[in-house]
Design a protein around this ligand. Structure first.
Ligand SMILES: [Zn+2]
Length: 391
């Protein structure tokens, strides 16, 4: 009888835990995009080394009289950009190397962009939004299969410094999940939306295995894409940088470039062939952002960092990819607009095997369904035991 009562107690405990987990999973609005939230994700991130810098509301970093010489960056981050850390990636460290990067997609125009890149056999970096990965999964798969570098650009494109640690983790993990569902890997580069990331945000990203990818050429396609002279404006920014004119964005003074465009704008994507031809004539070789910093593993298996050791298999497969190697010291200033990133190697494809076991996080819906099923089974067993006990 003691044994039976003990079993009942254990079953009740398991059932109640499962129910709590179901109710803890919810979604919330981030603008008009609903960011999936799974409380399990919070336990996967060690925040003990993340500075307790206060959350900074949007607009709190705008300074009309900012000096923008670096000294004001910390308080005027929306005017001057964030203070560059040595590990931040702004440009390519080798002269004559150029990484094209595209943010905010995928979109209706990503296919056209991939066609252009295929035509010149050039690999680029795509900083994708998790919400758009869900809308255009075939574009992400095509880009990845073609050997492009897939990086995170968060799920809903928020001002990260205005979010709590938990909200940032949800943005990143929801994006990881969206990418994992399509191509089975976890990105290891993140481009913070608007280039906004202070020490807290960067430390949190690092704790999640990410490298911070910024840019040192910005044609401001988000401002000029609808202008009649958009083509000249966008191409002009590339030509100016290639001709040695200071872009004002190169905090680390790298001689090579990482440019920022958005595959949201047709007029920007349409400039890519001309840009490639011009830069090729200038002697530039195209790399993904990861390639240009010497990183051969820009994608990792989808195994939460904290669970790697517990889940490593005897054969040792996939273990090497999970480490989040720190990129070579390169950084730069951050600029006001958005992100860009580096591309990846084809050899990633051999490391994209899903290694997630059935109990690791999956989509919120799937997780919730699994937990509910688990709970139902527990309840059925409990009823069976109770009936047996009574009879
Ligand atoms: Zn963006």
């Amino acid at each position: 009888m003691k044994k039976t009562l003990g079993s009942i107690f254990i079953l009740l405990t398991l059932s109640s835990q499962a129910l709590v987990r179901v109710t803890a999973q919810s979604t919330s609005d981030a603008g008009d995009i609903i960011v999936p939230k799974n409380t399990k994700w919070l336990a996967e991130v060690d925040v003990t080394k993340v500075p307790k810098t206060p959350v900074r509301p949007v607009g709190s970093g705008t300074c009309p009289d900012a000096k923008c010489d670096g000294s004001d960056n910390d308080k005027c981050f929306e005017s001057c950009g964030n203070k560059a850390l040595p590990s931040d990636i702004y440009g390519c460290p080798s002269a004559q190397e150029w990484a094209l990067s595209f943010d905010d997609g995928p979109s209706n125009f990503t296919g056209q962009l991939l066609d252009s890149l295929d035509q010149y056999n050039i690999k680029a970096t795509f900083c994708v939004m998790g919400s758009n990965v869900k809308k255009y999964p075939e574009m992400v798969k095509r880009a990845f299969d073609a050997g492009h570098h897939i990086a995170s650009h968060t799920f809903s494109h928020p001002h990260l410094m205005s979010l709590t640690n938990e909200e940032i983790i949800y943005e990143m993990k929801a994006t990881e999940e969206a990418i994992r569902d399509v191509i089975g890997i976890r990105p290891t580069y993140v481009r913070p939306p608007f280039g906004e990331a202070d020490d807290r945000v960067k430390a949190l990203m690092k704790a999640m295995g990410y490298k911070i990818l910024l840019w040192n050429v910005d044609p401001t396609d988000y401002d000029v894409h609808s202008l009649p002279n958009a083509a000249d404006k966008i191409q002009g920014a590339f030509k100016a940088a290639a001709n040695g004119i200071d872009t004002g964005l190169n905090s680390h003074d790298e001689p090579g470039y990482i440019s920022l465009q958005h595959d949201l704008y047709k007029s920007s994507i349409e400039q890519v062939p001309d840009v490639i031809e011009f830069l090729t004539k200038k002697g530039y070789t195209f790399r993904t952002a990861a390639e240009c910093v010497g990183d051969k593993t820009p994608h990792a298996p989808f195994v939460p960092e904290g669970r790697l050791m517990a889940q490593s298999n005897p054969s040792g497969q996939n273990k090497e990819e999970v480490s989040s190697s720190t990129p070579k010291d390169q950084s730069s200033i951050s600029s006001i607009p958005e992100l860009k990133d580096a591309s990846v190697e084809n050899d990633n494809k051999s490391t994209t095997t899903k290694v997630e076991s059935s109990d690791t996080s999956s989509s919120s819906t799937t997780s919730a369904a699994a937990i509910i099923t688990h709970s139902s089974v527990n309840m059925a067993i409990l009823l069976f035991v109770l009936l047996s006990f009574i009879s």
